[in-house]
Design a protein around this ligand. Structure first.
Ligand SMILES: [Ca+2]
Ligand SMILES: [Ca+2]
Length: 653
């Protein structure tokens, strides 16, 4: 399990001859004085973060130096504008924490961190970079965007030379659903024209950091180095190039951050920087029970709450004790590092809620202080809207109540700070509503009724609604392969009062088992990502007609949506479902209204338009954005059987 020491970071200008001369003098002294001199060579194997920036809102910088017996070293820092305020030692002899301050107005360039011990000296050149113009004010994602979730190992193999990397374990094996399939960042770069051409404006990739695990590493959620791109996915330079090439096409990158756990192949598992760095390991301590309500439930037993946040996610995923202040600062900084280094648009945060609540509030607040507009969407996989809403900034229901309040809340409850959450409750409801038979309380009515829960959210329009992701059965499977229902689901995701996110391959109806534990099969390879694939979603070669038709239908909707302010920030008005139909409108003063009408029944439906009066001006007409049909809505709206119409409403002059 224990990996080799990481390659040194930063270069070390100390010359060997000087070491040797000093060692000879010391040996002579020892001989003369009769005292023992330690023969251990002073080495610094890594300093993290590997570099930093001038001009950050928070001037603090915490360096973690790692090396054999480094805790006994004396440290000085040379160079203007980087001030060493304090050296902190823990119970680990091999780690040393340096608390520094980057002075206001400090210039970009190299500084030097000098370690001295037993008469030896080791100097690390430390770079403070200049920030890209506008870095702090980078725009996050919002209703204008459509996010693409893809898994790099399963999207496209752009570089067969990196499929297996000696020393990392888990060699490529495309024949196994849970093996590495060889996809990589180059594969994504090669398909950016396709991604942008479909109408996506952001890519959320599952984690790209090193996962040095002996097996089952392709998913990326067991990081073993928080400052290294997994070499099987590419290099740091590839990641930077991907972000630059994407940005040129109007596409941002959303980085998957995992503050809750690491992989058991991480050096920290065997050699933590402090004894309280990780929560106790199973089987001595139980795994988490995934009961996420415990951190909100006023009646939850303390032991149940504790087990949720302190229990390991899996036996191969050591749980980070994020209440440890040095670790909390490490995690804030490593996230800032990727944002600055890659030029990220935002973050998707894994297993939000599984960490210490105080840490989560602080982590998000620190990032938003550094980047006020950064997009951050947390994964709170609860189907209960109350549990999801509890994390969104601005929710007055959560946080410690003021004096005199009688409301019972958990003692450590903290005000929410997160701008966005994944909308698992609405995602799940949408799927159920589509496959259910229609009745007075099932089918469309289930979805219609559910929207009242938007009252719980401080800002429902900032939630991310998705057709699927890497953890749930494919949309095609959930809807029993029905193309009409898939169109309705996708139309809803792309026109609802949410930020839409699609899962790669949904445009060509990628299928999977329906059972909820077939994770590896939800992550099938994107067609055409490998040279021997019989179909190619990008060129269209080998696609079945219904696949190509859905892809074209979706492309039309996504590109058109880019010019529709009513879909980006409009109000929502919806009408009670009738006879298997559901109609809603997105509208905004001084902007064209979008009317979405769906018909699940096998019969055509004629809907008198009088009841849509609040959103349809008298004598309105509309264009079906897919067929180009011009519809006169004065009397009625007709819907073909099992269809969805997305309509651009026009006022008749
Ligand atoms: Ca590859
Ligand atoms: Ca945890």
């Amino acid at each position: 399990m224990k990996p080799e020491p990481a390659a040194p970071r930063g270069h070390t200008p100390t010359t060997a001859w000087r070491h040797r001369a000093r060692a000879a003098v010391l040996a002579l002294l020892a001989l003369l004085l009769g005292t023992a001199v330690r023969a251990d060579a002073l080495s610094v194997d890594s300093v993290e973060p590997p570099h930093w920036w001038v001009g950050m809102a928070d001037p603090r910088l915490q360096l973690l130096a790692y090396g054999p017996d480094i805790a006994r070293a004396r440290v000085t820092v040379r160079g203007a504008g980087l001030v060493l305020e304090r050296v902190q030692r823990t119970d680990s002899p091999h780690h040393l924490f340096l608390h520094l301050r980057v002075a206001a107005g400090a210039r970009a360039g190299e500084r030097f961190v000098v370690f001295e011990r037993d008469g030896q000296r080791h100097t690390v050149a430390y770079t403070l970079k200049g920030r890209e113009p506008g870095s702090a004010q980078r725009r996050g994602f919002d209703g204008r965007d459509v996010l693409l979730n893809l898994m790099p190992d399963r999207f496209a193999n752009g570089n067969p030379a990196n499929d297996t990397v000696p020393g990392l374990g888990d060699p490529v094996d495309r024949s196994t659903p849970g093996g590495r399939h060889g996809g990589d960042l180059q594969g994504v770069i090669d398909r950016l024209d396709y991604i942008a051409g479909m109408g996506f404006t952001a890519i959320w990739m599952t984690p790209v950091l090193e996962n040095r695990q002996p097996s089952y590493s392709y998913h990326g959620y067991a990081a073993t180095d928080l400052y290294r791109v997994d070499p099987r996915l590419g290099t740091l330079d590839d990641y930077r190039r991907l972000a630059q090439e994407a940005r040129r096409r109007g596409v941002g990158i959303i980085h998957d951050a995992v503050p809750n756990h690491i992989g058991s192949g991480h050096r920290w598992f065997m050699q933590p920087p402090a004894a309280d760095w990780l929560h106790p390991a199973p089987p001595g301590a139980p795994l988490t029970h995934h009961a996420r309500t415990t951190v909100r439930d006023p009646y939850a037993a303390p032991a149940d709450r504790e087990r949720f946040t302190r229990g390991w996610f899996a036996p191969t995923m050591p749980d980070l004790n994020t209440a440890q202040p040095l670790l909390a600062q490490y995690l804030v900084q490593s996230t800032v590092w990727w944002i600055e280094e890659i030029g990220l648009m935002g973050l998707r945060v894994d297993t939000w809620g599984y960490s210490d609540p105080g840490f989560l509030a602080q982590w998000a607040a620190r990032l938003r202080r550094e980047y006020p507009r950064l997009g951050i969407v947390g994964e709170e996989w609860s189907l209960n809207p109350l549990v999801v809403s509890a994390w969104q900034a601005g929710n007055p229901l959560f946080g410690r109540p003021g004096a005199g309040a009688t409301r019972k809340v958990p003692a450590d409850e903290i005000r929410p700070t997160l701008p966005s959450l994944m909308d698992f409750p609405l995602h799940d409801t949408l799927r159920r509503a589509l496959v259910e038979a229609e009745s007075f309380n099932t089918g469309w009515v289930r979805l219609y009724d559910f929207m009242v829960n938007d009252r719980l959210y401080a800002d429902p329009a900032r939630l991310v609604l998705f057709d699927g992701n890497h953890d749930v059965p494919r949309l095609a499977a959930a809807l029993d392969g029905d193309p009409a229902l898939q169109r309705m689901a996708l139309a809803f995701v792309l026109t609802s009062r949410r930020i839409p996110q699609l899962y790669y391959g949904v445009e060509v109806m990628l299928d999977s088992p329906k059972t909820h534990d077939a994770f590896d099969r939800f992550r099938a390879d994107f067609p055409g990502g490998w040279p021997d694939d019989t179909a190619d979603a990008v060129s269209g070669r080998g696609l079945r007609p219904e696949q190509a038709a859905l892809q074209q239908w979706l492309r039309r909707l996504m590109l058109w949506r880019q010019s529709q302010p009513a879909l980006h920030r409009g109000e929502l008005t919806h009408f009670m479902p009738e006879n298997g139909t559901y109609v809603f409108a997105r509208h905004l003063a001084d902007s064209a209204t979008v009317l979405v009408a769906m018909n699940k029944s096998d019969e055509p439906r004629r809907l008198p338009t009088a009841r849509f009066a609040p959103v349809l001006p008298p004598g309105a007409s509309a264009t079906d954005i897919h067929t180009g049909e011009r519809l006169d809505l004065t009397e009625a709206l007709t819907l073909p059987p099992r269809s969805v119409r997305v309509l651009a409403v026009e006022r008749r002059p």
